[in-house]
Design a protein around this ligand. Structure first.
Ligand code: SF4
Length: 452
């Protein structure tokens, strides 16, 4: 069965081995090499199943779906990584290459989007390719072009971010530098016509630097000066973030639908994808795409989407599923840097910390201080260290711990916090507000009592 090609994208038939850096330059992890497969468009259900088969044949059968919406095949050797690359390139997939210019899985299709970000992102990609800028930008440099809609890209880190806004009948783009939507520094508003110039101007300036800077390292005042001729106003509004929806999503074409399915802790066995791909083909799903926040989006008729959701009950189908609010890196034993069994602890937390995981906060479980699964701040972090597990409140994994918990007592610590929230939360108060109101000293006291 052939996927409905929802966006034209560069396919592997136009690529040669070594042309896709993420695939051709796998990185070492605790369970061998990891190769990333980034896609710019949906793929056929049969191709999803095929990726699962290749992960079993060449890797250890574990696949991540990353926070940015990439497949990551784990457990490869140098030889099997090359074989995987060859097999993937043969599949003629819409592989992403060059500078990531992210638009989201529903771009151009979403019934709620303010603007289709694809034309703008394509013209930025074309500029980067034409001037061969990718190799002159910092590794991991990323541009986000967010057209708004049901799956906003607010949580993605971006060196340059454009967010669509409408003023009366006209389309404008808010410009941000570095960070997530909440932490990025606003540079102002540009017209739709000037949006491409805005991004390409910043990229061109960075590309001639001796050491190319990341967006967060640039001086916003200086960048505002670069953009002064095209910036309309300095004020930008940071949109209110809300939980990303799971389940059925409405498309602009009312004859079609989409459904978002979450992968618990961003990792699954290859068999899960093989089964999903085969089932999707059977019910008439036309396309599947990995999406932000460790999820898959399937496209097809509404009844086909509903059938595939019914088939995916063990996965995340609602933002009320406590696992949807747990960010966990692969942890032990998958990563050799890890000192914490993140997924096992995540399963326990989802079952036992009902009051804590009310959907108002993110619980971040990290195998080490690198914080791969959630580089930005989280209200609660449990971070594996050599001498225990650090509980960090309202910060990043590298921040000062509130308490160091003995290895093996992490579930007990979460239980103590869950009990604290259950006793102290006011009527109508969320867990996030309750914990913030109680403050670090009260949390520390509850932890000490619970662990004594
Ligand atoms: S955060 Fe640390 S333990 Fe987790 S995947 Fe990253 S490097 Fe490994």
């Amino acid at each position: 069965m052939t996927a409905t090609v929802l966006h034209p994208a560069r396919t592997t038939s136009q690529m040669v081995r070594g042309a896709c850096p993420a695939l051709s330059t796998p990185m070492m992890t605790g369970d061998g090499l990891l190769a990333r497969i980034g896609l710019d468009a949906p793929i056929a259900p049969a191709d999803l199943a095929r990726i699962g088969e290749l992960a079993t044949r060449h890797g250890n059968g574990l696949i991540d779906i990353s926070a940015r919406g990439n497949f990551q095949v784990r457990g490869l050797t140098a030889a099997s990584a090359r074989a995987l690359e060859t097999d993937i390139l043969r599949m003629n997939l819409p592989l992403r290459d060059g500078l990531p210019v992210e638009t989201g899985a529903l771009a151009g299709l979403d019934s709620h989007e303010i603007a289709d970000p694809e034309p703008l992102s394509s013209s930025i990609r074309a500029f980067v390719s034409e001037h061969d800028l990718s190799r002159r930008l910092a590794a991991k440099f990323a541009v986000v072009v967010d057209g708004g809609g049901q799956l906003p890209l607010h949580g993605l880190l971006a060196d340059i971010r454009l967010l669509a806004v409408r003023r009366e009948e006209s389309l404008f783009w808010q410009v941000f530098l570095g960070g997530t939507m909440a932490t990025g520094r606003g540079l102002g508003l540009v017209t739709d016509m000037d949006a491409r110039t805005c991004v390409t101007l910043i990229l061109a300036r960075i590309a001639v630097m001796d050491v190319p800077l990341r967006g967060r390292e640039l001086d916003p005042a200086e960048v505002k000066n670069w953009l002064a001729p095209i910036t309309l106003e300095n004020a930008v509004s940071h949109a209110v973030t809300r939980p990303l929806p799971y389940g059925l999503l409405a498309l602009a074409d009312i004859r079609k639908a989409a459904a978002r399915i979450g992968i618990p802790f961003g990792q699954c066995r290859a068999e899960t994808l093989i089964d999903l791909g085969q089932q999707a083909a059977t019910v008439g799903i036309t396309g599947i795409r990995p999406a932000i926040d460790h999820s898959l989006v399937v496209f097809g008729r509404e009844d086909a989407c509903q059938q595939i959701m019914d088939h995916s009950r063990p996965l995340i189908l609602s933002h009320n599923d406590p696992r949807a609010k747990i960010s966990a890196c692969p942890g032990k034993p998958a990563c050799r840097s890890a000192s914490l069994h993140t997924h096992a602890l995540g399963e326990i937390a989802a079952r036992q910390a009902e009051s804590l995981l009310d959907g108002s906060l993110t619980l971040h479980l990290s195998g080490c201080t690198k914080g791969c699964a959630h580089p930005s701040k989280a209200l609660l972090n449990l971070v594996g260290m050599n001498d225990g597990t650090a509980l960090i409140f309202d910060g990043k994994t590298s921040d000062m711990p509130l308490k160091l918990i003995r290895h093996g007592e992490e579930a007990k610590a979460l239980g103590a916090l869950d009990e604290l929230v259950r006793l102290e939360r006011g009527i109508g108060e969320t867990t996030a507000k309750c914990l913030t109101r109680l403050g670090p000293a009260r949390l520390e006291q509850a932890l000490s009592q619970g662990l004594s």
